[in-house]
Design a protein around this ligand. Structure first.
Ligand code: 13P
Length: 288
């Protein structure tokens, strides 16, 4: 099928009361693990690429070429969107040129007028090329590639202004934070989410910081219009844990254990298991 825009999969998810997972990729092994899991689960999937991860993987062109080739070589038939995560304006332009099928422009740190102007310019380009566009209002807390957000609660009126530009989906701060939630975290603010959902008239909403949100809150967020949920840290944690266990058990020293393919295999399997678990929670299994 090749890469697709995230528009159709998110509109179906919003109408069907489930969410599509965005899982961030960092290398070939992660990408392969997520694609194979989506295929096994018969679920649509969004591969998220931060600017830092894009740089690490030799640039957005390399990433797009790798993902497109993998879809073909692995025989992936479920819908896959390749999405820039928290892009700058310049990063968004690069990803559009590199062949991504979906873009996030994070203008949440600009004054709303500038956020709207930049989002509008990218929206026009994405429309011409048939790409989906995610905009953000109200910074998500925590750290994302060195960018620290303050965990704001988005203003529903500003959300409406940005949603009305015709973007495909909207990320809005509702008390969510990237990375592991601190012990004193107050939880998602469902009053704000409800107000945003009403203000944007059913536009698919995106929940960032999907790591560590209790299952009941995730389900409630989906029932209030969240159609895309981003998960990154949780995959990093299980990858690290599985790799460490393999090394601590001395398996890297047995037989051909020094083979890097063997060393990375337990981590890749842990990502497959985590992604499947999340797809079950989000309700996207069988929805391809
Ligand atoms: P976590 O790292 O908290 O899972 O958040 C991922 C994310 O929102 C990427 O944009």
């Amino acid at each position: 099928m090749g890469l697709v825009s995230a528009k159709e999969m998110l509109e179906k998810a919003a109408a069907g009361g489930y969410a599509v997972g965005q899982f961030n990729i960092n290398n070939l092994e992660w990408t392969k693990a997520i694609l194979q899991t989506a295929q096994k689960a018969n679920s649509p999937v969004i591969l998220g690429v931060s600017e830092g991860a894009g740089k690490y993987m030799c640039g957005f062109k390399t990433v797009a070429a790798m993902v497109k080739a993998m879809i073909e070589e692995l025989g992936i038939t479920v819908p896959v969107a390749l999405h820039l995560d928290h892009g700058t304006y310049e990063g968004a332009v690069k990803c559009i040129k590199a062949g991504f099928s979906s873009i996030m422009f994070d203008g949440s740190h600009y004054p709303i007028e500038e956020n709207i102007a930049k989002t509008t310019a990218l929206k026009n380009a994405c429309d011409v090329l048939g790409l989906s566009l995610e905009a953000e209002v109200g910074a998500i807390g925590g750290e994302e590639d060195g960018v620290i957000g303050g965990g704001e609660l988005a203003d529903p009126k500003e959300c409406k202004m940005v949603a009305d530009l015709g973007v495909t989906m909207l990320a809005a701060g509702i008390g969510n934070i990237h990375g592991v939630y601190p012990a004193n975290w107050k939880g998602l603010n469902f009053d704000v989410l409800t107000a945003i959902h009403e203000a944007v008239g059913g536009k698919p909403l995106v929940l960032h910081g999907g790591t560590g949100i209790p299952d009941d809150m995730v389900k409630k967020a989906i029932s209030l219009g969240v159609a895309k949920i981003n998960v990154n840290t949780e995959c990093q944690l299980v990858f690290q844990e599985a790799t460490r266990a393999y090394i601590e058990a001395g398996k890297d020293k047995q037989g051909k254990g020094f083979d890097p393919r063997k060393l990375l295999a337990p981590g890749a399997q842990a990502i497959c298991d985590k992604v499947y678990e999340k797809m079950e929670l989000f309700g996207s299994i069988g929805k391809a």
